[in-house]
Write a protein that binds this ligand. Structure first.
Ligand SMILES: *Cc1c(COP(=O)(O)O)cnc(C)c1O
Length: 390
């Protein structure tokens, strides 16, 4: 296999199913719930897994398999499983691997629904979580107990765009024999491959930059084969599978991931540079701006800075709301990683239920605005932000 390995862009395009008798060039959509067996022996062997083949689309389907194989190649993973949403991937991954009594050590700033899993649902099954501040990685070891099984983080974080050193996390996971899981959604496999730094599993919400056009939901977990085996068996029996149609859309999307993300990052850097020079902005956070506190770490582990820019408007909550109301072209929407630029104000929306103190623990100040920089012409994006600031 290894001598056949091609470059990232090529694998994204040329990783393809065998052609059917129609010799189609582009992989067709396999909308079928189940697959047929040759005879009783074929059926028996398939169910005992002596034979790798498609049985039922909750287990596998040609379209989901193609999508998973591409992500595995991009992330350098052994195997994977595709889910209906990013949250289905997050939940199923934890649920498959953890037992009652187990403990998670997680970064405090994780995606909102992931945080809700940790605080509201996992305690029902006697699974507890301790949180470290992403800007104090030296405290992580103090949270690890004999019951700790998983170390979990996202980088860059949402919405504050903090960066954590993945190599450092990899070393801690190794020292304490923990499973290191990274939600790599903000970086995409094009910009960052956590497995290189010691991660055992990588999760994506494919809904974001992987689809990249705001059309479908999807998720995927890839990594070490023995862990994926447990996740696969859990999922095959509990039913969070990605639909073949969405898998087909997402697999096509991966063919253009590198060119889209290159352009997203080019636009985002220009937007960040514009904001950094603006008098009404207190600070701007973008991984590839020299002013980012973890600039050197970002440079070490990311190819480019990503498409999300965080900044703080002078004037707090009211200034943030006013700014959103003055936006004309960019969308006010809960998604990110779309071709269309999206502006959000976390303190008054996604994180409004947290106290100000809890918000500050995850670097969300009242004037924080998050821009998911899209693929419109960068001059038009900057002009929209400029007129709204004025
Ligand atoms: C959106 C997102 C998720 C959840 O993905 P869905 O597809 O919306 O379920 C998980 N993690 C991160 C970092 C996200 O941005």
């Amino acid at each position: 296999m290894s001598e056949d390995k091609k470059k990232f862009e090529t694998e994204a395009i040329r990783t393809q199913l065998e052609r059917s008798n129609f010799l189609e060039h582009s992989t067709p959509l396999y909308l079928t719930s189940s697959f047929v067996f040759e005879d009783a022996e074929d059926m028996r062997a398939s169910f005992t897994e002596e034979k790798a083949r498609n049985i039922y689309s909750r287990f596998s389907n040609p379209n989901t398999s193609e999508f998973v194989e591409k992500i595995c190649k991009m992330e350098g993973a052994e195997n994977g499983y595709a889910f209906a949403t990013g949250m289905a991937a997050v939940f199923s991954t934890f649920a498959a691997l953890l037992n009652s009594g187990d403990h998670i050590v997680s970064a405090r700033s994780v995606f909102g629904s992931t945080h809700t899993l940790f605080t509201t649902y996992f305690p029902k099954w006697n699974i507890s979580t301790s949180y470290f501040n992403i800007n104090e990685p030296e405290t992580i070891e103090s949270f690890i107990t004999p019951k700790t099984k998983i170390l979990y983080a996202e980088s860059p974080t949402n919405p504050a765009i903090d960066i954590i050193d993945l190599e450092y996390l990899g070393a801690i996971a190794k020292k304490y024999n923990l499973i290191l899981i990274i939600d790599n959604c903000f970086a995409t496999p094009y910009l960052q491959q956590p497995i290189k730094f010691g991660a055992h599993l990588v999760i994506h919400s494919a809904t974001k930059l992987i689809d990249g056009q705001g059309r479908v939901l999807g998720g995927v977990t890839v990594g070490r084969a023995d862990l994926i085996r447990d996740i696969y068996l859990f999922s095959r029996n509990t039913g969070p599978a990605l639909s073949p149609f969405n898998a087909w859309v997402l697999s096509k999307s991966l063919e253009t991931l590198s060119v889209r993300v290159d352009k997203h990052c080019e636009n985002a850097l220009k937007v960040a540079e514009f904001l950094e020079g603006h008098s009404k902005i207190n600070w701007v956070k973008y991984p590839f701006l020299k002013s980012h506190p973890q600039y050197n770490v970002a440079k070490k582990q990311m190819k480019l800075g990503g498409n999300i820019v965080a900044f703080e408007i002078n004037g707090g909550l009211e200034a943030g709301r006013k700014f959103l109301n003055a936006i004309k072209m960019c969308s006010l929407s809960a998604n990110l990683g779309d071709t269309r630029s999206i502006v959000t104000h976390p303190a008054s929306t996604t994180h409004s239920k947290l106290s100000e103190r809890d918000r500050l623990e995850v670097s969300i100040t009242d004037g924080l605005v998050r821009v998911s920089v899209g693929l419109e012409h960068v001059d038009d994006i900057i002009n929209d932000l400029k007129q709204a600031l004025n």
